[in-house]
Write a protein that binds this ligand. Sequence first.
Ligand code: FNR
Length: 186
Amino acid sequence: MNNVHILGFSGSLRQSSYNRALLRAAQELLPEDVTLELFDLDPIPLYNGDVEARGFPEAVVAFKERIAAADALLIAAPEYNYSIPGVLKNAIDWASRPPDASPLNGKPVALMGASVGLLGTARSQYHLRQVCVFTNMLPLNRPEVFVGRAHEKVDAEGRLIDESTRKHVKGLLEALRDWTRKLRRE
Ligand code: FNR
């Protein structure tokens, strides 16, 4: 069976972000036959249809290229005001353009998220699943990785130290690998 190459990105730009910490942990926990490349959403400007009409900004071109080159996506989604942070929604909006040539179309995707609250981004992730409908990303249903009280699970160096959460992240990566292969009919 072929390797599965995943592109991961975080909806938080903060250097000490718990969601970035989840992605770094994922890099340490990769199952066999899986590679994970991280993309930083920081340089992506706010979506503007006039800018799109003049030509996609360099950072957006790079983002779309990396999505197209990946077999699957791994999104670490924070929760802001019970929903998807603007940074993440904005990046997805750019990547979805133009709709008839969107690299998101048909892409397997796994979601995870960390927050300091108890529900660990559940509400944000369910909004993100709705976004998957129109963009036609193919989200993995299970496992769901909701990391609540993240400040107790990530140390001062930004390492995910909670063993149970590390197991969940590993399980998510294995399930995303299998989901991607299933969709490729391997
Ligand atoms: C938050 N936070 C938050 N947490 C949560 O569980 N539910 C929520 O609705 C919100 N809303 C919210 C709004 C805004 C504007 C901010 C800045 C924060 C807290 C949030 O979980 C916390 O800041 C996390 O640390 C954000 O993720 P990163 O940056 O650590 O990845």
